[in-house]
Design a protein around this ligand. Structure first.
Ligand SMILES: [Zn+2]
Length: 258
């Protein structure tokens, strides 16, 4: 009679353990696999259940995703769309090319949990100034300390130069989190670049702390040098599927984006 029988029913979720997250109709009139095909392709376990993928947060349903690669480009758009259906992406801030401490740092930044002067002040710490200890001109928010401070911008723009990438005009830490330049799906090259950005953010914060607590002077060449060396040390060693040598890393890293 022209009626799609299975589409005429939706499941009652219950505790979600018997509902296929991607393959059953439960959230809207259709299956997630078809509507979010890019995310589906990044799913590490296609037969996962609703109860495995969703966690009830304090204010929303959160996705506990386990992607085979980091999401970006059009798959990020799909994540945003999923959010429109009431499921917040508990975006996995994982990139196995960086040490755990870098991942933890990025996770804390995303939640604005690094102790910039502005954050400390907000939490009631008595400070004589909340101005950025590097430039002295702006309130030291997380975004300022890691992205907008002129000294920090200089470091970022040199890192973009080093990789042969143009510096985004609307640069923000959210761009850093995602691995900024990628338009399509994230491939290994993009994951490497994301790792470089994360390491860069981590070292910017480390250098800021050296300045604040050890009175060590902040210089862009020092920061850049440290980014070159540590990113190679951390990322190249973890990258099993590409042979990365120091000379190429330093002089022609963009080849690793291909
Ligand atoms: Zn500043």
């Amino acid at each position: 009679m022209g009626i799609n029988f299975s589409n005429s029913f939706s499941k009652v979720i219950g505790n979600g353990s018997s509902i296929s997250f991607w393959g059953n109709t439960w959230l809207f009139n259709g299956v997630l696999r078809d509507k979010f095909s890019r995310l589906y392709h990044l799913e590490s376990n296609v037969s996962t259940t609703v109860s495995e993928r969703l966690r009830m947060g304090s204010s929303a349903c959160e996705l506990t995703a386990n992607w085979i690669r980091v999401t970006g480009g059009r798959s990020s758009d799909e994540l945003a769309e999923l959010e429109g259906l009431g499921i917040r992406s508990g975006e996995t801030l994982r990139n196995n090319l960086v040490p755990k401490k870098v991942e933890v740092f990025v996770w804390r930044v995303k939640r604005r949990r690094i102790p910039t002067l502005f954050e400390l002040d907000k939490r009631g710490t008595d400070l004589h100034s909340v101005l950025c200890p590097i430039c002295g001109n702006n309130i030291e928010t997380v975004e300022h300390a890691l992205v907008h401070c002129p000294f920090v911008q200089e470091v970022w723009s040199k890192v973009f130069d080093w990789w042969g990438l143009s510096f985004p005009t609307n640069f923000s830490f959210d761009i850093v989190l995602r691995g900024s330049f990628v338009q399509g799906d994230l491939v290994l090259g993009a994951k490497i670049w994301q790792a470089v950005e994360w390491v860069c953010g981590y070292l910017i914060w480390k250098n800021r702390n050296l300045k604040v607590f050890k009175k060590k002077c902040w210089t862009t060449p020092n920061a850049i040098n440290e980014i070159h060396v540590l990113s190679f040390d951390w990322i190249a060693k973890r990258c099993k599927s590409k042979d990365i040598d120091w000379h190429s890393w330093l002089h022609n890293p963009s080849r690793f984006l291909l």
